[in-house]
Design a protein. Structure first.
Length: 154
């Protein structure tokens, strides 16, 4: 086996070992993280102390985001399933696994962008105090968000 192929295989294995807990529960875990968006919206509304009009805006933005994100999460789940099946079968092509991992990561970047778009649009209806709270929350959670919340799938 040449060095490049070995490195690609090693990278895939490291990524999959890092997602062992996710693998036990399957791709539905990503949907669970995003699927409970009503709960997330309620927590956000409470934290920011949104008024009724702002809550209505959040609900609309949330519905728009969900419409974008659900197909992406479905696609991500399919990719993860293909990777899992190839590894279980013992005939995984390291290059193909690498390509699938990259595709999965690109999908997660789109999910992240949809979240950011929601927060940007929401910010337009917030007062100064609420914007400050939102920025503080984004900074506090943003550092772990992409690494920890999105990493379980890829």
């Amino acid at each position: 086996m040449n060095l490049k192929r070995t490195l690609v295989l090693a990278a895939c294995l490291v990524a999959l070992l890092a997602t062992a807990a996710f693998a036990q529960h399957g791709p539905h875990m990503m949907k669970m993280r995003h699927g409970d968006s009503d709960h997330h919206a309620e927590m956000l509304a409470e934290h920011l102390d949104l008024n009724a009009s702002q809550k209505a805006t959040l609900k609309t933005l949330q519905a728009e985001m969900n419409a974008k994100v659900e197909p992406l999460l479905e696609q991500h789940g399919q990719i993860f399933q293909q990777v899992h099946e190839a590894l279980e079968a013992g005939n995984a092509d390291p290059t193909e696994l690498g390509n699938q991992m990259i595709a999965g990561w690109e999908i997660l970047k789109q999910v992240r962008a949809a979240h950011e778009e929601l927060l940007t649009k929401l910010s337009a209806v917030l007062n100064a105090e609420q914007k400050a709270k939102l920025e503080e929350m984004k900074e506090r959670h943003g550092k772990m968000d992409f690494r920890m919340m999105h990493h379980p799938g890829f």
